[in-house]
Design a protein around this ligand. Structure first.
Ligand code: SIN
Length: 290
């Protein structure tokens, strides 16, 4: 595949990404400093940390660990609250015309509706990514694994707002029937893109001292990094087959250009980079684009 595809622009609705590479939500995008680094990087767009209604300190530290092949995190949606990300859009847009996506992950089901409703009052974000797949809120299941709840959430959302610039961040699915269940739900609503996949929930990793590598939730957390790439590719391929006109952002285990091409060949239009971005920092984008 040609290098030029990674450098080429791509539109979701009327929103033009400068190239095909950007950060994954949660990676280098929580604070104003993080976001400014993305602004001055070569990323084709910017997505915020998944936000809740209020500021959240998140789970106990250490809550992130990585090694050569994987990462594990249980961040617990540590974020500055939706208002911060909405208002910060003004700063971002005063410097760049890259697309700015706000990722939303209400702790409670109704919180998602409340945040998205409030975001309607702000002008400086281009898209909303509704995260149905955070695995790290202790005592809460991932909405994306509950098909009835996902359908109900989307039904309430579109009954109450007229916003066609909302994408979904999905968890990884492993069962063919589950892909079909989710695709059938998505078909009912004007979802404008999908991001596949979030981390593989509730893995466990020992550190070099043979202790749980992270503290929250007895060491269980979302797995990212190279080891999850086969699942990311499978999810992109399957959703592309079931929903051929839906733009898909591929995510999961992308460390180099070859990985990015594999996602694009599987049906992704853009890719997001998580673990490798945390390891390398935003200069990573240069490597993909040169
Ligand atoms: C977290 O904040 O715990 C991770 C968020 C996510 O994986 O969606």
């Amino acid at each position: 595949m040609e290098q030029s595809i990674l450098n080429s622009p791509f539109k979701i609705k009327n929103v033009e990404f400068h190239n095909r590479i950007m950060n994954a939500s949660g990676c280098n995008c929580t604070t104003s400093e993080d976001l400014l680094e993305l602004v001055s990087s070569r990323s084709g767009g910017i997505i915020s940390k998944s936000c809740t209604y209020e500021y959240r300190v998140g789970n106990e530290m250490p809550r992130y660990y990585d090694n050569d092949v994987l990462s594990i995190n249980s961040t617990g949606l540590a974020n500055n609250g939706y208002e911060f990300y909405a208002k910060y859009g003004e700063t971002i847009k005063s410097i760049t015309n890259k697309p700015y996506i706000i990722s939303v992950a209400g702790i409670k089901y109704r919180e998602n509706l409340k945040i998205i409703n409030k975001l309607q009052q702000y002008e400086n974000h281009d898209l909303i990514e509704l995260n149905l797949s955070c695995p790290n809120i202790i005592g809460k299941s991932q909405i994306g694994y509950d098909f009835e709840a996902s359908d109900e959430l989307l039904r309430c959302l579109y009954e109450n707002i007229d916003n066609h610039n909302i994408g979904l961040k999905l968890p990884p699915y492993f069962d063919m029937i589950h892909f079909e269940n989710m695709a059938d739900i998505i078909k009912k609503y004007p979802i404008c893109y999908l991001t596949c996949i979030n981390s593989l929930g509730n893995g466990f990793v020992f550190n070099e001292l043979m202790e749980p590598s992270i503290v929250p939730n007895n060491g269980f957390g979302g797995i990212g990094g190279s080891v999850i790439k086969p699942f990311g590719l499978a999810n992109v391929r399957k959703f592309h087959e079931l929903l051929p006109t839906m733009p898909i952002i591929g995510c999961g285990g992308i460390t180099n250009k070859q990985d990015a091409y594999e996602y694009i060949k599987s049906g992704a239009s853009l890719v997001q980079i998580g673990t490798q971005l945390i390891k390398t920092g935003p200069e990573l984008f240069d490597m993909f684009l040169t």
